[in-house]
Structure formats: C-alpha cells, structure tokens
Design a binder for this molecule. Structure first.
Ligand SMILES: *[C@@H]1O[C@H](CO)[C@@H](O)[C@H](O)[C@H]1NC(C)=O
Ligand SMILES: *[C@@H]1O[C@H](CO)[C@@H](O)[C@H](O)[C@H]1NC(C)=O
Ligand SMILES: *[C@@H]1O[C@H](CO)[C@@H](O)[C@H](O)[C@H]1NC(C)=O
Ligand SMILES: *[C@@H]1O[C@H](CO)[C@@H](O)[C@H](O)[C@H]1NC(C)=O
Ligand SMILES: *[C@@H]1O[C@H](CO)[C@@H](O)[C@H](O)[C@H]1NC(C)=O
Length: 280
C-alpha cells in the first residue's frame, strides 16, 4: 500500500508545483506563493480576502505610511497605491504618476527632505514584486515581499517582511535604509500565514527504490523467459520457468553458504581446536 501511495503523492506535489509556476504570472496581482517544506505545502495568498480582512494584506487606506527622520515611505502590497487623501506632495514624482497623480503608478514611494525640499523617489512596483520566505527553514514565520524600481538616477527596492500571526496585526512603524536606496520594513498580519496542505511523501529511500527495481527486473526476466520457453521452445511444463534448477537449488545453496559461514566462525572462536572437528 505504501508503495502505491508513493507515485500518487509525488505526482500531487509535481502538479501543485506546476500550478504554482503557472500561476506565477497571476501571482503579481494575486500575491500568491507556494513552497514545499518537509511533507507540507505552504500556500500563501496575501491578497485573498478573509472575513476580517476583505482586502487581505492590502491596506484599506490604499497605502501604508511610515515617517522617520524626515523621510516618509508610502507603499502598498500586491497593488499600486491609491490616494483618496494625504496624497504625497514632493518634487520629482515623474516615475510614479507625476505631480497631479503622485504615488498612483507605483507601489512604493519615498520622500526625502533635501535642502528644504521634499524630493520623491519611486522605490517599487508591485508588477515586479517577488515573494520568498523570511526564514528558509521556518515557513511558519512568514514571507518577504520585495519590489524593485529602476529609475533614471538610481535602482531602488523595498523589502517588506510580513510576519505571520493568526490574531495580531501590527502596522509598520519604522524602516531601515541600506545602500543608496534599499528600504526594508516589517509588519505583522494574519495574511502572512500559510494554508498548509499535507503532501504525504513517505519516501522509499534509495535502497528501497533499488530493491524495487531489482525485483521488477527479476520478475520481468522470469515472466518473459517463461513465455518465451512456453511458446517458442514448446516447453509445456513447470520446466518453462527459466533457471528452474537454480531457483530449486537456491534454498540448498543458502543453507550450505550459511553453514560454511557458521563453521568458519566457530572454528575461529574455537582457538586451538582442530578446524573440522567431527560432529557426532
Ligand atoms: C493556494 O491557495 C489559493 C487560494 O486560496 C488557491 O486558489 C490555490 O489553488 C492554492 N494552491 C494550492 C497548490 O493548493
Ligand atoms: C510600474 O509598472 C508599470 C506597468 O508595469 C509601469 O507603467 C510603471 O512605469 C512602473 N513604475 C515604476 C516606478 O517602475
Ligand atoms: C540599475 O541596475 C541595472 C542592472 O542591475 C544596471 O544596469 C544599471 O546601471 C543600474 N542603474 C543605476 C542608476 O545604478
Ligand atoms: C534615523 O536617524 C537615526 C539617528 O539619527 C539613524 O541612526 C537612522 O539610521 C536613521 N534612519 C533612517 C532610515 O534614515
Ligand atoms: C532594521 O535592522 C535591524 C538590524 O538589522 C533589525 O533588527 C530591525 O528589525 C530592522 N527593522 C526593520 C523595520 O526592518
């Protein structure tokens, strides 16, 4: 039974992975991500609505906003930002909607105060966001959504760590800057938790697989040999089985082999006694 389960569960994993790959294009919009860890498929669907969060991980305001040291970061996950209020008013917003629609054509924007002026920099676009695990070894921790933007003057990125907590929501309150324009922030949200699917996988291991192959080859050999001898050599008796003498003599051979091993063992442990002492 275990052997029969095996190919089915392998196939299941295969098709699930295929499904994940095929839905990769859609993943940009739907923010889906799947990973197999151990015998479990972790299926993340950041933008999926739930009873409590009809927009999933997406901020209902249309954007998340974090201000720090005179720098303001706006972003939205899985989508472009929408501003019905508090629209960013900074210079140089060409990469993200221009002055009239500033913030509306990208998914992450930073405003820096430079010499008394607020200057905008687009740092990310949901259309090229990537999702990975926060901790490769612990899918329960949550996922990392990374988006990038290649502007005319610099390459920017925003990484958002989405920590899984089934009951707590913590909005981002701070961010880190590394390099010229690589921002990182974090939040806690139930949407960062995966739906898990058991994918079985009681693997046979290499020895079991080898044994299975040997048994199959042997079975095939006997079957084909028997058919050949029966129909083409016309042997219509039990003799049709190939190497019958060998199979019949097998128990006897095993016995004598075992016997010689036992004899060798006892003669060695017998010390100075004669090698082949007659047994009465
Ligand atoms: C992952 O979840 C989404 C939405 O809940 C679903 O449409 C999709 O089929 C799931 N994928 C797998 C491999 O279970
Ligand atoms: C984001 O992607 C859209 C379409 O994919 C593109 O029109 C827009 O210029 C991009 N914005 C940035 C800042 O890369
Ligand atoms: C942005 O990155 C691309 C490739 O990674 C590189 O070719 C380009 O020169 C970079 N642009 C700037 C302004 O650093
Ligand atoms: C904010 O200011 C503090 C202290 O001046 C500094 O250590 C920190 O790196 C700054 N953070 C950012 C994101 O610029
Ligand atoms: C900023 O970096 C520090 C040190 O690497 C880390 O502990 C902290 O969680 C980071 N904060 C954010 C908002 O990513």
């Amino acid at each position: 039974m275990g052997k029969r389960d095996l190919p089915i569960s392998r196939a299941l994993v295969f098709f699930m992975l295929l499904d994940s790959l095929l839905s990769f294009a859609a993943a940009k919009a739907s923010c889906r991500f799947g990973v197999v860890h151990g015998n479990t498929l972790y299926n993340y669907s950041l933008a999926s609505p739930s009873a409590e969060f009809p927009h999933g991980i997406l901020s209902e305001d249309g954007f998340y906003k974090v201000a720090l040291n005179g720098t303001v970061l706006w972003f939205q996950l899985c989508s472009n930002m929408i501003f019905n209020h508090d629209q960013p008013a900074c210079f140089g917003c060409q990469d993200c909607g221009g002055s009239s629609r500033c913030g509306m054509t990208c998914s992450a924007l930073v405003s820096n105060n430079i010499g008394g002026y607020d200057v905008c920099t687009a740092v990310g676009n949901a259309s090229n966001s990537q999702i990975s695990l926060i901790d490769e070894n612990d899918p329960k921790k949550g996922v990392l959504a990374k988006m990038v933007s290649s502007g005319k003057t610099n390459n920017c990125s925003l990484s958002v760590a989405i920590f899984c907590d089934s009951s707590v929501v913590r909005v981002p309150t701070s961010f880190n800057l590394s390099g010229d324009c690589n921002y990182a922030t974090e939040l806690t949200h139930p949407s960062g938790c995966a739906i898990t699917v058991a994918v079985g996988g009681k693997g046979l291991g290499w020895f079991g697989t080898l044994l299975l192959i040997v048994i199959c080859l042997l079975g095939g050999h006997i079957l084909i040999g028997t058919v050949y001898r029966f129909f083409f050599l016309g042997i219509h008796s039990i003799e049709a089985i190939p190497n019958l003498e060998f199979w019949i003599s097998l128990p006897e051979r095993m016995k004598s082999l075992l016997g010689s091993i036992v004899r060798r063992f006892t003669s060695q442990s017998g010390g100075t006694r004669a090698t082949y002492a007659p047994i009465n």
